[in-house]
Design a protein around this ligand. Structure first.
Ligand SMILES: NC(=O)c1ccc[n+]([C@@H]2O[C@H](COP(=O)([O-])OP(=O)(O)OC[C@H]3O[C@@H](n4cnc5c(N)ncnc54)[C@H](O)[C@@H]3O)[C@@H](O)[C@H]2O)c1
Length: 448
């Protein structure tokens, strides 16, 4: 099947590569010339496990190609996915400029009576797919054309860091359409991904599909903010949030996932999607109390870790202290640093007068490019600790889970860990001679 993906970012590139992997002919198009030439040179602009292999393999067979010629990509395809960004606008709503500009180009490019399917893969507010349809029809009308096309909403649920395996083995695929023909064609396109009976293609109407994406992210974000609020209660009452997590997670009505207290959620999706949903609710006169609280708790959460650091140093302050930071990406296995809690925490530490030295296995360059902060970067996790006054752990990369505590003690001038992700057992760390301050758990003072 011939498919074009307009927008070759985290979602577009993974979508294109995975459809090509199933034998389809895919054109990935983007306005970013640099990105396309990088891809055409066989380099992958993002860090995503398994992506490089699948892109190179499919590009070498000719099933996957890259172009800046969006009109040519549209003309050559039956399925046209819109996978461009929908960033947060100033008022919190989703900025649809990229989506609508692609819709206009599609309207200019459609060229014959082949029936096409235009699919909104980007996360878009309810009603956007209809606007995409109207926009394309309007451009066609100005050209005096009536080329046939259908619109479909097919939101994406992949997780960065596991994007390729999520796309190849999805829990479910949500497709919103009001066309029987488009439903059958989409089913045919996605059938190769249905390797088990449990994986379902869920068909629904277009507005419900659009809202399903926001609802899923809002539910997950709510669980995180809920646990972060409980962590504050646990700290103040002498309970341990990790024990509480295990206690509630074993109730199968609740489940174990997304119950980890920490420095809050970040990334390119949850923060913007929660605010966009609040904005939609406000527009239609619905008071989104829960969503507003989820967002508020999350904004405060990285600063709660900063407060613990400030409280530790007290009147002495942080001027002249060197703080080592482990982790810059918003979560492990990605180099995505958009809305990373690390940025909030590091900016605050700098404001307090600390020198910050940071290490991340893959996100150093993207973090340096996006935030341009006066910090130094280490190429290795232990180098980052040499002569530092404390370690602040922000992203739970696997390599930080079982570090060499003896070596850490030798390198740090003071054996002090602020753990924003509750990676270590407090007793274990205490036995190794550290002061250990984490989230929603007892503060462990270095043994005398
Ligand atoms: N990143 C994720 O984990 C994830 C998961 C699910 C859904 N989504 C949603 O998918 C969408 C894309 O997210 P992303 O993370 O891939 O974004 P991204 O910023 O990585 O990629 C967007 C791409 O679109 C390109 N682009 C912008 N305007 C264009 C235009 N007019 N024509 C062609 N290309 C254009 C950009 O150059 C960029 O390469 C967003 O709506 C996002 O909310 C993202």
């Amino acid at each position: 099947m011939k498919v074009s993906i307009i927008g070759t970012g985290y979602v577009g590139l993974v979508t294109g590569a995975c459809f090509a992997h199933m034998g389809n002919i895919i054109i990935c198009a983007d306005v970013d010339e640099q990105k396309i030439s990088t891809l055409n040179e066989g380099q992958i602009p993002i860090h995503e496990p398994g992506l490089q292999e699948i892109v190179l393999e499919n590009a070498s067979t000719g099933r996957l190609s890259f172009t800046t010629d969006i009109k040519a990509a549209v003309k050559a395809s039956e399925f046209i996915f819109i996978a461009v960004g929908t960033p947060r606008d100033r008022d919190g709503s989703a900025d649809l400029q990229q989506v609508l500009s692609v819709a206009k180009v599609i309207g200019q490019a459609l060229d014959n009576n082949t029936r096409r399917i235009i699919i909104t893969k980007s996360t878009v507010p309810v009603g956007t797919t209809k606007i995409v349809k109207e926009t394309i029809a309007k451009v066609l009308a100005t050209r005096g054309k009536k080329h046939p096309f259908e619109v479909v909403s097919n939101p994406e649920f992949l997780k960065e860091g596991k994007a390729v395996s999520d796309f190849l083995n999805p829990d479910r695929i949500v497709i919103g359409t009001d066309s029987t023909w488009a439903k059958e064609r989409m089913q045919t396109l996605y059938d190769p991904f249905r390797r088990t009976d449990e994986m379902r293609i869920i068909f629904m109407d277009i507005p419900s599909a659009e809202l399903t994406k926001y609802a899923a992210n809002a539910m997950l974000a709510t669980r995180i903010s809920f646990m972060n609020e409980l962590a504050a209660i646990a700290e103040a009452t002498g309970a341990d949030i990790d024990q509480v997590r295990v206690g509630i997670g074993s109730d199968n009505r609740i489940g174990r996932r997304f119950l980890f207290a920490g420095v809050g959620y970040g990334g390119s999706c949850f923060p913007k999607d929660i605010r966009a949903l609040i904005s939609t609710a406000t527009e239609i006169g619905v008071q989104a109390d829960i969503l507003a609280a989820v967002d508020r708790v999350n904004q405060a959460q990285p600063l709660r870790l900063v407060k613990k650091i400030k409280d530790y140093y007290g009147p002495e302050g942080m001027v002249g202290k060197t703080i080592a930071v482990w982790g810059l990406a918003f979560k492990p296995e990605t180099d995505d640093v958009r809305e990373s809690p690390a940025a909030v925490i590091i900016k605050s530490l700098i404001k307090e007068g600390a020198q910050v030295r940071a290490f991340d296995p893959v996100a150093e360059h993207s973090f340096a490019d996006m935030y341009k902060l006066p910090i130094t970067y280490s190429r290795e996790m232990y180098d980052c600790l040499a002569g530092a006054d404390a370690l602040v752990l922000i992203t739970e990369w696997h390599q930080f889970r079982r570090p060499d505590f003896t070596r850490m003690r030798e390198l740090l001038t003071n054996p002090l860990i602020f753990d924003g992700r509750n990676q270590y057992e407090p007793v274990y760390v205490k036995e190794r001679g550290f002061t250990y301050i984490s989230i929603g758990r007892e503060t462990i003072k270095q043994a005398e």
